[in-house]
Write a protein of this length. Sequence first.
Length: 386
Amino acid sequence: MADRVLIFDTTLRDGEQSPGASMNADEKMQIARALERLRVDVIEAGFPSASKGDFASVKAIADEIRDSQICGLARAREADIDGAGEALAGASDPRIHTFIATSDIHLRAKLKMSRDEVQDIAVAAVKRARRYTDNVEFSAEDAGRTDSDFLCRMVEAAIDAGATTINIPDTVGYAIPQEFGDRIRMLRERVPNSDRATFSVHCHNDLGLAVSNSLAAVENGARQVECTVNGLGERAGNAAMEEVVMALRTRADHFGVDTRIETTEIVPTSRLVATVSGFAVQNNKAIVGANAFAHESGIHQDGVLKERETYEIMTAESVGWSRNRMVLGKLSGRNAFRTRLQELGVHLDEQQFEATFERFKALADRKREIFDEDLLALVNDEVTRI
Ligand code: KIV
Ligand code: ZN
């Protein structure tokens, strides 16, 4: 089995489905360029049949980006597939991603179709997509809640029709990790032609389990993960790209597989997506939150200053921060205080240092964070006092 996991970024498609996150063509192009620098394998650039604007931006991205595959989403309908084929014509490696729902609730309440009808439509859609490219992805929407026997049948039929990637979405974020991992393993074991396709997962975050479910799928043979920058996406969002990538990289000892992502581009890309989408990143967000590499307590600061790995499992620099950060506050100790003064070029004798440290602690009791200006004012006071 391949030891590389493909990263399929859907920030521009599912991410844009976050209520309030719609982006214009120019913003989408900026994000596509950032994703190419990040070296994502596949950029899902949009849903060409959704609107003229979406068609135009998928086309513009397909015409320009060269180092990532460009994908367009299409319902299992001729017009959608033809639209995607047309929008992607200029891509260096175009992918058409066609989908239809397979769970009983979607068949009954939404599609009002039988299983046989859905299977026939999926097969026809995949075959039509193959007229445009040999890089065709089929998604069984709501696969997480689909009857296992029927899902096996759908996957087998889609592969026979020419799908090269089979995506198993947990559309409503209902799955839990072990069960979802088992589902991927079951499909790989039971579907007779499963070795002819790459298995992919697309997990939503309704229970906060999108990343865990994606990783469980990788443990069970999935070799593509669909995700978004900052975890943007419909409702509670999708699996966060930065978390999936850094979990695989940091715990390579466990997973034994990696991605080709240029991780130093993670933070700049996250910032761009936050600005463009208007969705700010929470401070305590893993990897890209302002506090992800910030240490406040004296014990932690002392540990990190002595040896970084005491409290850091990856470096801030490896994901694109300029450095980790010691937050000076009431919990900080002498080591962090002295280090920051040295970094600011301040030299105090021991007596001045102790007096300044005492006044720093008193200030920190009144003020949540002590900034460099505060420190310099304290130092100035101390030095001019003598
Ligand atoms: O969540 C989902 O099922 C989707 C599909 C279109 C892959 O976004
Ligand atoms: Zn989705």
